[in-house]
Design a protein around this ligand. Structure first.
Ligand code: ATP
Length: 221
């Protein structure tokens, strides 16, 4: 994969409570599939749309650093943890856009379920002013129709190839397939609360740090 100065940068937000291969594998597929120079995993401190995470932000971020330590192109971006108040994507994209300058293609990756709920997000129509949206699709997605408002917004912005994201810094929407791994943070937390191993569902250093610290109710070693 080439990493030219003008290659797109992408963000993948999440709670990462904890990080697992269901995050890492799609991130690597986006990195390669979109020809990104880097993909930034952005842990949220106070996700506005979700119940509060079980682990504090510092621990979730530490685990993320362990997860990506040996994976070229994956980076942990802590900007949402440094800001007071809720983690709004519009603020995150604005901050990164300022750093990258006006020309560099920037992509914000989100799952198709999240995309369907986009009109409920804070200042959603401004997101595409700062970045392209890459909607990750997986076999088994519900395929529910988009709201008429979102479908109308999407029509003039949708593109069919990753190449189209390179010629302009923001404003396009690409649906991009990624692997679906049957792993969720909810499932990892449940296993550990039952005292069962979650090894193999995330990089070993992440599992070992969680087991050593007795996180999520796992019996401390
Ligand atoms: P939880 O089980 O606590 O809801 P989660 O495992 O879904 O968490 P998030 O931190 O909410 O993890 O996910 C961050 C991003 O990773 C989201 O865009 C989500 O769609 C994606 N993602 C999570 N799990 C998978 C998976 N197994 N395969 C592909 N993408 C995933």
């Amino acid at each position: 994969m080439s990493t030219t100065a003008g290659a797109p940068v992408a963000l993948l937000g999440g709670t990462f409570d904890p990080v697992h291969y269901g995050h890492i594998r799609p991130a690597i597929e986006l990195l390669e599939g979109l020809g990104l120079s880097e993909l930034r995993l952005v842990p949220g401190r106070v996700p506005p749309h979700r119940p509060q995470p079980r682990l504090d932000a510092q621990t979730r971020t530490h685990l993320l650093h362990l997860a990506v330590a040996n994976i070229p192109g994956l980076v942990v971006d802590e900007r949402e943890l440094q800001r007071a108040g809720p983690s709004y994507t519009s603020d995150t994209l604005q901050g990164l856009r300022r750093e990258l300058g006006p020309e560099r293609p920037l992509c914000f990756a989100m799952g198709s379920d999240a995309f369907r709920s986009l009109p409920h997000w804070h200042r959603w129509q401004t997101l595409a002013e700062q970045a392209h949206l890459v909607v990750t699709t997986r076999g088994g997605d519900s395929g529910e129709p988009l709201s008429p408002e979102l479908a109308e917004w999407l029509a003039p912005r949708q593109v069919q190839s990753a190449q189209a994201l390179r010629s302009t810094p923001a404003g396009r929407v690409l649906f991009h397939p990624v692997s679906r791994l049957e792993i969720s943070a909810t499932g990892v937390r449940r296993l550990m609360a039952q005292g069962r191993s979650a090894r193999g569902l995330m990089p070993d250093p992440v599992w070992e740090a969680m087991a050593d610290a007795g996180l999520y109710g796992y019996p401390q070693q």
